[in-house]
Design a protein around this ligand. Structure first.
Ligand SMILES: [Zn+2]
Length: 290
């Protein structure tokens, strides 16, 4: 699943292709249309594919930013501003191309679900093998409450004070630390890969209770999360399974991960253990992490 660094990579590489482009047409796959008829609303949320197509045509994309694991395409037309909120789900990928043949990997080419024709001649293509991704057209972010409840960005100044404040709350004190740091109300965009890595760097056991960790260690852990996210952004993200950046390529952070997906601990050689915490499989070293 693409995490924060991967989404950042997608946004940065997509930006030059989409800024100041006007959407001249929108195409939606038969599979997505069929899912809407069946009441499942694949990919396009909060509107029928037809209403989505009609509403999107004529908008100019004024900016593209990442917020947590979401992509915000800011839009403008003669009636005013709007925002297209995108999420890559498990296997979403964006490709700016002149024709679909330019998408070299068959599995992505065969799962094209939404195509935006842009005024400059590019097709902005959204492909999604498993169709867990989302796009939602909103007049304003406040129209979709879950977006307002997200914690601050991990890189923002208010991120650390917010995290420390949440750590005091009764509902979190007895939670395992891994579940706590992966909670989007606590930190934005700390997914399984980077939570696993940061806990290993700090030698903290993923099941340790939030209230059993000193404030100093909690601060150091937060800093480790920020550091590992930044390193991954600098390396273009981790290429785990079906993540692709807009060039169809993938980042290199997976070569630098020390604990996620490892069978033995790189520090002490002990066999790693796995445990489900907060619904996600956590890998850790039973010797190094206490
Ligand atoms: Zn170890």
């Amino acid at each position: 699943m693409p995490e924060l660094p991967e989404v950042e990579g997608v946004v940065e590489s997509l930006r030059p292709f989409v800024i100041d482009q006007t959407i001249v047409a929108v195409h939606v796959s038969d599979q997505v249309r069929k899912s809407h008829i069946e009441g499942k609303q694949a990919i396009i949320k909060g509107a029928t594919p037809e209403d989505f197509q009609n509403a999107m045509v004529g908008y100019r994309i004024t900016s593209l930013i990442r917020r947590s694991k979401y992509m915000f395409f800011d839009l403008m037309n003669e009636k005013g501003a709007a925002v297209l909120v995108g999420h890559l789900g498990m296997t979403g990928a964006w490709f700016p191309v002149h024709s679909l043949d330019e998408i070299t990997e068959t599995k992505f080419r065969n799962h094209v679900h939404v195509v935006f024709e842009l005024s400059g001649g590019y097709l902005l293509v959204y492909s999604d093998i498993r169709r867990f991704g989302e796009m939602r057209l909103l007049n304003d972010i406040s129209d979709h409450p879950p977006l307002l409840q997200m914690a601050p960005e991990p890189f923002a100044e208010e991120g650390l004070p917010h995290y420390l404040e949440m750590a005091q709350r009764t509902k979190y004190v007895n939670k395992p630390i891994k579940e706590f740091i992966m909670d989007g109300h606590v930190i934005s965009g700390c997914g399984n890969i980077y939570a696993t890595e940061a806990l290993f760097r700090m030698r903290i056991h993923p099941s340790r209770k939030v209230g059993r960790i000193s404030t100093a260690r909690k601060i150091a852990l937060y800093e480790a999360i920020v550091a590992v996210l930044r390193e991954s952004i600098d390396r273009g993200g981790s290429s785990i399974s079906d993540y692709r950046n807009v060039n169809g390529g993938a980042g290199s952070m997976q070569h630098f991960l020390q604990m996620y997906g490892k069978k033995t601990c790189p520090t002490c050689g002990t066999a790693t253990k796995q445990k489900v915490i907060g619904g996600r499989t956590s890998t850790y070293c039973p010797t190094c992490q206490k």
